[in-house]
Design a protein around this ligand. Structure first.
Ligand SMILES: Nc1nc2c(c(=O)[nH]1)N[C@H]1C(S)=C(S)[C@@H](COP(=O)(O)OP(=O)(O)OC[C@H]3O[C@@H](n4cnc5c(=O)[nH]c(N)nc54)[C@H](O)[C@@H]3O)O[C@H]1N2
Ligand SMILES: Nc1nc2c(c(=O)[nH]1)N[C@H]1C(S)=C(S)[C@@H](COP(=O)(O)OP(=O)(O)OC[C@H]3O[C@@H](n4cnc5c(=O)[nH]c(N)nc54)[C@H](O)[C@@H]3O)O[C@H]1N2
Ligand code: SF4
Ligand SMILES: [Mo]
Length: 697
């Protein structure tokens, strides 16, 4: 951990004292933040000073959050990995790469190609995501590749494809939000997870759905506070009320959608009082929400992880989409439905082939035409491309089992902290014959690896990122990396070379190949170049040809379905996979705090951020605390069906009495979470399980 410091500048000074190289003394370089999907524009100077850009719409007001302001600190942090590690000891790149290649060859020879697996990340650039998919399918010949985005917005992606024929987080520019009169935000705490986003929301008519009165919900016009895992019922209730009160946009439904009659019929049993009993949201509040949405000239429904990370996440998002469709919102200027992607490249990371069932261009790996197209670009026989592999949790769960992979390559994820039922996942990682991790720090996962590759960070390399709007952006190299550190693309190139394959490591070259491989697919980047991105401050996909302007609002003229109509899909509410009972009487939900990012591998090492929230905790309501004899600061045991954790208690009346909250930025929260998976998206139920809370005496 770096020494505590009060400002980014001071702590940077401490970082620089480690003596790592920085770039030549040129002017500040325009780039983007290394963290979340907002991808705020920033400049970074040769002295590593950071300033917001004002030419990028996401943060045009010149805002950054504290993670953005302190992002440079990890470049020079003393805990940075600067040399490859083999069995925990420094090794040369040649030796480390040779070792991995030899071990992979032996494992493949003995157990077949599917004995080698790859786990990627939604924070990786488009170029890296593409190259990882190609490494798996072409070099290793394995079907076993997936990534942490499966834990992120895969349910919203599945629901969007089902309804609209295409999945692009926001199918409109972020600046359109300001034109909406009402925005319903279900399960997102943007005031902490992407603070500058708040400035795009209409101040007067924001409706927040969250079991906690978060900093996002507090100033909102209306806060609906359902029990975790009951959004599906809530959305059905809102739609029931819309129908009952004659608020459905019948001409829109007739002209632009299909399937409403079946949904209308299915709503009959979801009357408002029943919904109130399930969710705890009073009927008048629901009525207020739906009336405001219907009365608005323009309105938007948005979902975040709170609504999505459930074993019924796809159907929950579908229920919200059904509501938006009934009110005539999607595909209208200034209105619509959108999912807030999370990681820096949460959108692009799911388009280029690091997902188990996917080929570049957001194509299905089961589609013969897609296989033929991509195989031609890769110079291989379509028949040699593997089929779909296991989803992220199923992959981790199978590691080291007789039928599962025996070797795993991890790029850009820290599943020891971030996977559900993490103690079990850690056990599976331990059962592998070979674990290889590429990271910038010795994460909890990297600490278990036989080989660790130290890689460059955002400001030390160039690559494209696709932000939450579907806008493709360019991150530019601004400073020189430490001498013995390589880019992920170089690591992949080095591995491929040892199997006789020539892979490019120059990001632009990889991007040009990605454009060809994805051409004709839903996420078509053919017309996008680095030059265009720089000139136009980003280009929206699909952009199928050089002269094409890009597509900021893909649904204005029709949806991406065969007949251009959006699909209503009937869905039914059901309880969480794990219900509370006498042994485990309260709901546990999990999520984020402002100062930390994801598994915390990066932000826990940054002085001011670590200081802001130094340790894990559990948040509980004063009434529950009193009932359990707990006061603020007490050490408490949170016990569930898969494990127990001791953390400090924080007391807050912002949370429901029947629910406790833990941030997942430390090992611990996920020892408790339930890996029950959504049947369609294979998303785990991070947002609700049952626990018991006790004071540690
Ligand atoms: N500071 C910070 N910012 C981040 C990240 C980070 O780690 N830290 N990560 C980035 C990533 S990858 C992502 S995916 C996004 C996530 O961004 P968000 O979706 O905003 O983040 P979460 O905190 O996971 O969940 C949001 C809210 O869901 C609520 N919730 C819990 N259960 C339910 C439920 O059943 N229904 C509803 N409606 N709400 C529920 C929680 O109380 C929480 O306030 O943030 C991105 N930005
Ligand atoms: N309980 C609970 N669990 C959750 C969630 C939740 O809400 N609740 N949210 C889920 C969600 S939405 C997400 S997105 C996941 C995220 O969980 P993780 O996948 O663990 O996310 P990160 O901590 O961002 O992990 C990224 C790792 O890669 C490293 N890294 C950063 N940049 C690069 C790079 O360019 N190359 C390489 N090779 N490495 C890099 C970082 O140092 C870090 O160790 O967690 C999920 N887990
Ligand atoms: S909101 Fe997201 S992109 Fe913007 S500065 Fe913060 S972490 Fe970076
Ligand atoms: Mo995420």
């Amino acid at each position: 951990m770096t020494a505590p410091s009060t400002s980014p500048a001071i702590s940077l000074g401490i970082g620089l004292a480690t003596g790592l190289a920085v770039g030549p003394a040129t002017g500040p370089v325009a780039t983007h933040c290394p963290y979340c999907a907002l991808q705020c524009g920033m400049t970074i100077g040769a002295d590593l000073s950071i300033a917001p850009r004002t030419d990028i719409p996401a943060n045009a007001a010149g805002a950054l959050c504290q993670k953005g302001w302190t992002a440079a600190e990890l470049l020079t942090n003393g805990e940075r990995l600067t040399t490859p590690l083999l069995y925990g000891r420094p090794a040369s790149w040649e030796r480390a790469l040779d070792h991995v290649a030899a071990r992979l060859s032996a494992i493949r020879a003995e157990h077949g190609p599917d004995a080698v697996a790859v786990f990627g990340g939604g924070g990786l650039t488009n170029e890296k995501a593409y190259q990882l998919g190609k490494l798996a399918r072409v070099v290793l010949g394995t079907s076993q590749i997936d990534y942490n985005g499966r834990f992120c917005m895969s349910s919203a992606a599945a629901a969007s494809i089902r309804a609209f024929g295409m999945d692009r987080g926001l199918p409109f520019p972020i600046t359109d939000l300001a034109e909406a009169d009402v925005v319903l935000l279900a399960g997102a705490n943007v005031a902490e997870t992407m603070p500058p986003f708040v400035r795009h929301l209409p101040a007067e008519r924001l409706i927040v759905v969250d079991p906690r009165r978060t900093p996002t919900a507090r100033p909102a016009w209306l806060h609906l506070q359902p029990a975790p895992g009951t959004d599906l019922a809530l959305a059905l209730g809102l739609l029931h009320l819309a129908v009952a009160e004659g608020l459905v946009d019948e001409p829109y439904v007739a002209e632009r959608t299909a399937g409403f009659d079946e949904v209308r019929t299915s709503l009959a049993s979801w009357w408002p009082e029943r919904i109130e009993r399930i969710t705890g949201v009073p009927v008048p509040r629901m009525r207020q929400a739906v009336r405001a949405l219907a009365a608005a000239r323009r309105a938007v429904v948005l979902t975040g992880r709170g609504a999505e990370q459930h074993a019924k996440g796809t159907d929950t998002v579908t229920a919200y989409i059904n509501l938006a469709l009934a009110l005539g919102l999607p595909g209208r200027h200034g209105s619509g439905y959108g999912c807030l992607t999370g990681q820096g490249n949460g959108q692009g990371g799911r388009e280029h082939g690091q997902k188990a069932d996917q080929l570049p261009g957001y194509r299905s790996i089961d589609d013969p035409a897609a296989r033929e197209h991509v195989a031609a670009v890769w110079g291989v026989d379509p028949g040699d491309l593997p089929g779909a592999g296991r989803s992220a949790y199923e992959l981790l769960d199978a590691l080291g089992t007789p039928a599962g992979p025996r070797a795993l390559l991890v790029f850009g994820s820290n599943p020891v902290v971030s996977a559900p039922r993490s103690a079990h996942v850690t056990g599976r990682l331990g059962a592998l014959d070979l674990l290889v991790v590429a990271d910038v720090v010795l994460s909890e996962t990297a600490a278990l690896a036989e080989v660790v590759f130290p890689v460059t960070q955002w400001a030390e390399e160039t690559g494209t990122m696709t932000n939450l709007e579907g806008r493709v952006l360019l991150r530019r190299r601004a400073v020189a990396p430490p001498p013995d550190v390589r880019t992920d693309l170089e690591v992949v190139q080095g591995l491929a070379a040892r199997f006789g394959h020539r892979f490019a490591a120059d990001p632009r070259e990889v991007f040009d190949e990605l454009r060809r491989a994805g051409a004709g697919g839903p996420a078509d980047y053919s017309g996008i170049t680095y030059e265009r991105i720089e000139e136009e401050k980003g280009v929206f996909w699909p952009c199928p040809a050089p002269g094409h302007p890009g597509t900021p609002r893909p649904f204005l003229d029709g949806f991406a379905t065969p007949d251009g109509r959006a699909r209503f899909v009937p869905v039914e509410h059901r309880p969480p996979a794990e219900e509370t009972d006498d042994d485990y009487p309260v709901h546990l939900t999990t999520g984020r705090v402002l100062a930390h990012y994801q598994s915390g591998a990066q932000t826990r090492r940054i002085g001011p951020l670590a200081e802001a929230v130094p340790e894990p905790y559990v948040e509980l309501h004063p009434d529950l605390a009193e009932q359990l004899g707990i006061v603020a600061g007490d050490l408490v045991r949170v016990r569930g069906r898969r494990g127990e954790e001791q953390v400090v208690a924080r007391i807050s009346d912002a949370i429901r009495r029947d629910t406790v909250f833990m941030p997942f930025h430390w090992e611990g929260a996920n020892r408790l979470t339930n890996p029950a998976l959504d049947p369609t998206s294979r998303m785990p139920e991070f947002k609700v399980c049952a626990v018991r809370v006790e004071r540690v005496t």
